[in-house]
Design a protein around this ligand. Structure first.
Ligand code: P5A
Length: 450
């Protein structure tokens, strides 16, 4: 992609109404634009990040055996009256009437709709276990939408729902989700800690939130520092193996880690040695629930059990804040010059700065580098504009691509271009062919190209 042909509306000024760094940087880097309070357009650069985040979420869901479908954003109120949540949900639910006077709502979550699909089609325990999920826009009429995409009113969520014949099997689904979420966040370059949480309006007996520690997070959290040292790493996991998933969940849930609502200062003091006690702020990037028959019973979602009698299915639901993650990654990865994207979610893996677009030789080298990278499936962003060099460097730093190649006549005369890593500024001089080879090796090792 060439900057001269792209739509990259970066802002020179720092927007005064943005209170946290991710919101400021997303506006300045031209990633999003507010349409109304808590409602955003995703500009081309922002959309690329959102799509990369969603792709990782999709891949990890399917790896765990979960099945994608797509439900609508608008839902009939009648289903919510069946579960009893239509009145309970309150002001956060956006209620709409169609031309026939029928009550609809813009879905804040989908427990009712999925339970309706399930009860219409599944009859026997033999069809279980089943986990369905989608990635779809939600609407919650938050009182105080703020911090850009972090607390939006319209936001993108991955929400999944498991259906199991009994409690034990549903608790395996809970564990399987916890492990698959740990993998998902790690792949994005994030450390998200599962913390025991309140179940709120979704309900149920078990719940964990996943929190990325950041001073600007909206939740207060308390934890044993031992948990922040845990890593799943490249571990391969058999998601059908109940013991294997339970062992990983034990490892992550034994150290004390709780949100404000479930925090118990006495237990914290008893269980955690003083030097390991931490309290911090965190960004909630996901939450999982087990709620048994809360929806299946009132909505009549039953299956014929092993002895032929009808039993209500055991369910849970699981959510990842896909659009919130774009902000959360920036909160975790930035410096005073701009964003520092982890390679896995970067909008482009490499930026190329052409310091002399009017010089044929320089432009020719840039084109050769672009073609070399593209032939290996790596799409760079080439700044081929007439802007001043200083402005080009500032924009590249602001949009935070993991690697920058600087191409100028002086270097070319000596046979080199410069390769700079955004995270630490480390720079080396390489020939144009070597730079392509080196980047292909790096991305191949990271599993980001073939
Ligand atoms: C689980 C999936 C649920 O709604 N029902 C279906 C359950 N859980 S949740 O915790 O309420 O939301 C899941 C995740 O969505 C993100 N999120 C938001 N992101 C941006 N703006 C918002 N206003 C917002 N509200 C929730 C969070 O990451 C949350 O963990």
């Amino acid at each position: 992609m060439r900057v001269s042909r792209y739509f990259l509306p970066v802002l020179k000024e720092t927007p005064s109404d943005a209170q946290i760094v991710s919101h400021r940087l997303m506006l300045r880097a031209g990633m999003i634009r507010q349409a109304a309070a808590g409602i955003y357009s995703w500009m081309p650069l922002g959309l690329r990040v959102l799509q990369r985040i969603e792709k990782i979420v999709q891949e990890e869901q399917q790896r765990a055996g979960h099945i994608p479908l797509l439900m609508p954003t608008l839902q009939p109120a009648a289903l919510w009256r069946e579960s009893g949540r239509y009145d309970d949900y309150g002001e956060e639910m956006l209620r709409i009437k169609d031309r026939h006077g029928r009550d609809l709502l813009y879905g804040p979550t989908n427990e009712e709709l999925i339970t309706d699909i399930f009860r219409s089609h599944v009859r026997s325990y033999r069809d279980l276990p089943l986990t369905l999920y989608h990635v779809q826009w939600k609407f919650r009429d938050e009182i105080r939408p703020r911090f850009g995409v972090m607390r939006g009113r319209e936001f993108l969520m991955k929400d999944g729902y498991n259906f199991d014949v009994d409690r034990e099997s549903a608790l395996h689904a809970y564990n399987r989700h916890m492990v698959s979420y740990l993998r998902t966040y790690e792949r994005m370059g994030l450390k998200a800690i599962p913390m025991r949480a309140d179940t709120g309006p979704i309900g149920g007996t078990h719940s964990h939130e996943f929190l990325v520690l950041a001073d600007t997070g909206e939740s207060e959290v308390f934890f044993d520092s031992a948990i922040s040292e845990l890593n799943l790493g490249g571990r391969s996991v058999d998601f059908n193996n109940w013991q294997e998933c339970a062992a990983i969940v034990d490892e992550w849930t034994q150290p004390y880690a709780r949100t404000e609502e479930t925090h118990d200062p006495r237990t914290f003091e008893l269980e955690v040695p003083e030097e390991r006690r931490r309290s911090s702020r965190g960004i909630e990037v996901g939450q999982i629930f087990y709620f048994g028959t809360k929806y299946s019973e009132p909505m009549g979602a039953t299956v014929a059990g092993t002895d032929g009698t009808q039993v209500p299915v055991h369910m849970g639901s699981h959510g990842i804040g896909v659009s919130r993650l774009a902000g959360a990654v920036i909160e975790a990865c930035h410096d005073d010059r701009g964003i520092i994207w982890p390679e896995a979610v970067a909008p482009f893996p490499v930026g190329i700065i052409n310091l002399a677009p009017k010089d044929d030789k320089t432009s020719d080298i840039c084109e050769r580098i672009v073609r070399g990278l593209e032939s290996s499936g790596i799409e760079p962003l080439l700044d081929d504009t007439d802007e001043r060099a200083g402005a080009k460097f500032a924009t590249m730093d602001l949009i935070g691509l993991p690697w920058r190649i600087t191409v100028g006549p002086r270097g070319i005369a000596d046979g080199y271009v410069e390769l700079t890593r955004r995270s630490d500024g480390e720079t080396e001089k390489l020939g144009p062919e070597q730079v392509v080879e080196k980047l292909i090796d790096i991305f191949r090792a990271a599993g980001l190209t073939n």
